[in-house]
Ligand binder design. Structure first.
Ligand code: PAF
Length: 286
């Protein structure tokens, strides 16, 4: 099919056209669900779409590869972009509008405002990816203002991001329900991620050690054992399996992400590790 052929669902490229559509729905008393994405959609995204569909009368999905959440040495330019294939999947899942703004529409010349969330951004991804969460918080604030949904669904795969968005929505009095979506996994446990497309077949085989290690360490932690030796054993296991670097494997309070010595309250086990050039993150409840 040629690139000029129309996409199989309505697409808004500008804030004005999006507001027109969503404004009409709102005037008719319809409940609006929203799923923000960066595209390269997989079954994990589509499960978030299904959750929005089940809770709302109309569903908007955004595809916007947000430059401000990528560091200078990260993968912004090579991030997978496949709008036509994504649009076909969204149409099949009953999405009402695809919102796909340009970078200039989102960040017009002269824009200088950013949103910064404190506390929950201090550790883990906040340390490994300086500036990342400010980019996420800024674009999510803008997307929520542009779409003005009743609810927005965010995947637990990016658990720290989910907490950042919840904090920001509470602190800025944004009138939207944030709904968490469970992580969807491949048959061997690997969490679905657009970045899995970067994995060679050798790296893909190694990557299966990530969920296996998380689930092993989490099961030991649930027995009330001290976290430090278990986390160390988990890091060693990942390196032995072929990961080149473990950036963190940490037990944290499920609400604040403060580090924990043992799982004596609702907790989360979170990991970031590199296989080849690909950085993978994952987490499980403990
Ligand atoms: O999780 C993502 O895909 C992105 O961080 C988000 C929430 C769409 C913001 O760019």
């Amino acid at each position: 099919m040629s690139d000029a052929a129309p996409l199989p669902l309505p697409v808004a490229r500008s804030i004005a056209s999006l507001r027109q559509t969503v404004g009409d729905w709102r005037a008719n008393g319809l409940r609006i669900g929203f799923v923000p994405t960066m595209g390269a959609l997989h079954a994990g995204h589509l499960s978030l779409v299904e959750m929005a569909r089940a809770r709302a009368d109309r569903v908007v999905v955004s595809i916007f590869v947000n430059p401000t959440q990528f560091g200078p040495s990260e993968d912004f330019s090579k991030y997978p972009r496949q709008e036509r294939a994504d649009a076909a999947r969204l149409a099949a899942f009953g999405v009402d509008v695809l919102y796909a703004p340009t970078v200039d529409e989102m960040y017009p010349a002269g824009a200088t405002t950013a949103v910064t969330v404190g506390g929950v951004t201090d550790r883990l991804e906040g340390v490994c990816r300086p500036g990342h969460f400010s980019g996420v918080a800024t674009v999510v604030t803008k997307l929520l203002n542009q779409v003005r949904p009743d609810l927005a669904v965010f995947g637990e795969k990016d658990y720290q991001q989910l907490l950042v968005v919840r904090r920001m929505v509470a602190d800025l009095d944004l009138a939207v329900d944030i709904v968490p979506g469970p992580t969807v996994r491949e048959a061997d446990g690997l969490a679905m991620s657009s970045r899995n497309a970067y994995l060679s077949s050798e790296d893909r085989a190694v990557a299966a050690a990530l969920p296996a290690t998380l689930s092993f360490v989490a099961s030991q932690l649930r027995g009330g054992l001290d976290a430090a030796p278990l986390l160390e054993a988990g890091r060693t296991r990942l390196l032995k399996a072929g990961f080149s670097e473990v950036q963190y494997l940490d037990l944290a309070d499920a609400e604040t992400l403060a580090p924990l010595d043992r799982a004596d309250r609702p907790a989360r086990l979170l990991v970031a590790a590199k296989v080849g050039a690909t950085r993978l993150i994952d987490n499980v409840a403990v």
